[in-house]
Design a protein around this ligand. Sequence first.
Ligand SMILES: Cc1ncc(COP(=O)(O)O)c(C=O)c1O
Length: 385
Amino acid sequence: MIKPSRRLAPLATSVFTELANMKEAYKQDGRELIDLSIGSPDLPPPDFVVQKMNAYVSNPNQYGYAITGLAAFHEAVAQFYQRRYQVNVKPHQVLSLMGSQDGLAHLALAYVDAGDLLLAPDPGYPIYAASAHIAGAELYTYPLNEENQFMFDVETLPDYVKQKAKLMIVNYPGNPTAAMADAAYFEKLVAFGIEHNILIVHDYAYSELLFDQREALSIFSVPRAFETAIEFNSLSKSFNIAGARIGYAIGAESILQPLAALKSHLDYGVFLPVQYGAIEALEHGDAFLETQRELYEKRRNTFVEALQLNGWTVSKPGGGMFIWAKIPDDGRDAMSFVKQAMEHAGVIVTPGHAFGNEGEGYVRMALVQPETELRKAANQLAQIL
Ligand SMILES: Cc1ncc(COP(=O)(O)O)c(C=O)c1O
């Protein structure tokens, strides 16, 4: 009997497995289901990006190992950061990744030793905790809830945690909470990172999905952030190319180096045609990003307003791809609410505890359906409120 390694035991994603099984069984019955459970874009990438990738895919010379990011990719990211976030990034401060997941998954292996402390949000995107477990690091989750407006105050951490922590992950606009950080929040984090020698990791996967004319905010907008921070970004959600697997990390060269060194043993870089498509997207995608933003804003408005009309107290998030909604306070837990939503409303959403214990009592709904479907979902959900 071959046993899995002990470090895999905490990675069991039982809630997601249960959800997938439920969904499968429901669909096998031939019933229609509106799926709001997964944050995978339902829309196509921009044509010009697909065309560029096609041209390179058709060229037999583009099938070698990429090894690392192309110089032109690093340059395109640096210019994108300058243009869209007014942050001065040099090409050598960019590390290409097979999606930001690649970097986040290997984060703890690259920066912390077994037994070191890693701080991650609860609720939070599951790879943060998984990264700690993969590396045998100690995980300390900090709560994101209504009380702290989904922005945890690092000053409230116990002293031993401040001393022992090596790395802290934050994510704004958030998944699943959809909260947004402001400059003052990042300033405090950067000061905290510098004072306690903690690597501050900002997951900025939803950097382009901002509503109501909100300005994007990279952690590097804050003075001295390059001394203590690394930021992960992705083209998956911004350009609807989640399956192509391309993202990047930004940081000082010395901060990127451990992750780059680890990755040089793990993979041989992103498929070259994908890199060329990404360069095209970064260089010429501003108009597309604008339409994409408008489209998600409309979806958000339609869905939240329909939910409110049906008596659900839900507020409009300022950014991101998700609605983080408190379920009615009537004794149901998140999983029974999700089961009822599927059985009686034909809508599948993710129970909040899939993202950590603090998520109990909430569900996450992704804006990955057209407005008509979202309106229908909100109306059908009325039956179980
Ligand atoms: C918060 C967050 N970070 C990172 C990722 C990973 O994205 P990718 O690996 O496609 O860049 C996701 C994907 O859903 C996410 O929601």
